[in-house]
Design a protein around this ligand. Sequence first.
Ligand code: DHE
Length: 572
Amino acid sequence: MNLRKYLIVLAIGMAAATTLAVGCAPAANSGGNAVASGGNSDKHDDDDDDHKHDGIKLSHEEMEKGKNIFFNRCAGCHGVLRKGATGPNIEPESTRKKGTAYLEAMITNGSPAGMPEWGKSGILSPDEVKLMARYVQNDPPPPPERSLKEIKESYKLYVPVDKRPTAPPAGRNWQNYFGVVLRDVGKVAIIDGDTYELVNIVNSGFAVHILRSSASGRYFYSIGRDGKVGMIDLWMDKPDIVAEVKALNEARSVETTKFEGYLDKYVIVGGYWPPMLVIMKGDTLEPIRVVSTSSYEIDNGEFVREARVAAIVADHHSPTWMVNIKETGQVWSVDYSQLGDGNGPLGIRMIAAERYLHDGGWDSSRRYLLMAANARHKISVIDTKTQKLVANVETKGQVPHPGRGANVNHAQHGPLWATGHIGSNHISFIGTDPEGHASNAWKVVKLVELPGIGGGNLFIKTHPNSRHVYCDRALNPDKELADSIYVIDADTLEVKKTLLLPEEFRGHKAVHMEYNKQGTEVWVAAWGRKDQKGAIIVYDDKTLEIKKIITGDWMVTPTGKFNVFNTMNDIY
Ligand code: DHE
């Protein structure tokens, strides 16, 4: 399959993930997240070239509605400016050639190559489909910028530092708490990993995407697709939000500082829109610095306004964050050591890697960072000691999507890091020890094929105390495959067992794995629709049997889950 087709497949995959959630997300016209108006929103009324095409002319109200639907359903894959990234370019120049009837059919039925069936699935009404077919033939309204002043105006400190608990909650192994994203209800469940008890449900806001622990583990930082950052204090008897700020209009990543002397000092979030970094104080979330990421892509040096921020990973060995700038193909190493209260110098080293960078994580030594350049089916390896790219590894699969990846110490091959793929059923194990196992370094030393046809893998996970590697397949169109978790034996590097979701949760999707602190259990989400009860299925890592099913009326659309100890220490 050629690159373009795989990009489309990725777009579909991603959009499919969104679709499921989107099915439950607030409808754009009923309180969904909206991009605030910005720039010349009446441009469509101008008597210019665009409006020779009378059939696509939209009223101000229609344009506003289209803008909100586009933001909620389409922008994640196609980009706010519609130039394409994980999804194809759908600027008016290309959509007008296709015409309204074609676009309506495409939005209604999807395509075999991957566009989700927005109309057929009932997520968009027939009128909304008609509207969107015309909307995408109009010029994209200029999306709003966001200044530090505006960010500061949105900042709320609910509980100042001196009003917070001074000691961890008595009788609780709080570092074994799990934060579970309840995606479509905008909540985070805090669950005690020792007792499986629900400690509290925290309102984190629209479509919360991920959580990251502060370096001390005391706080969870949440980031929503709407760019809202929340700070949850786990030392409270009932952990709750102590501060929040709307840093961006659209975002996916958040990270803390992990270098000695800077523990919990700063928080950074990355913008999909505006494309920028926002830095806040780690104990209060007070915003202190903004940096645009718009820059030049590494292939031809073309300017990319929508240069989105994907994964951000804190370095444990130096005062830096490693930041993926998706469309440019650069990994930025951002030195915060001189930042002070926000006005000090911020050192940015731009490392040319590959396009389009998405997610990734550390090798077991935490010297090398492995980041997926999913459009090129490669893993870019950065040596954080020399601050240089050391390799772009061909993964031998299609569209790598590692999450943070999985580290295995193998008797014969030495230290390995693994990624799964959205576009094919491969798990690639890559050698990561150039000193001890030079002949394996930055090569796929083992390619495992998951049983059944097609990819759809999103996440992969292991733990130093486990001899298993777990892989999901949530985006596979086959329901049974999407309900399955595959267990790879870390010694033989072969699939040892397939774990199917329990009967009552079939037809949900099995997504994202996380170990408990001890590395003896694996938690998997049964991700259903908003009107279904979801669950966390807890597997015993030794026996691979179900140990516990955590469910309840409150367990709605669980997806990512983050164990405090493993997240603060980057254990995977
Ligand atoms: Fe994610 C991580 C972007 C859809 C669950 N997701 C990430 C990261 C990025 C990203 C850039 C890495 C953050 C980091 O490490 O700093 N995700 C996107 C998208 O752009 C995309 C494809 C489409 C969208 O419009 O949002 C998308 N993601 C999803 C989902 O639909 C998932 C499956 C369910 C959900 O709750 O949203 C989902 N993404 C996750 C999870 C992680 C993640 C659980 C963290 C993995 C980990 O183990 O660290």
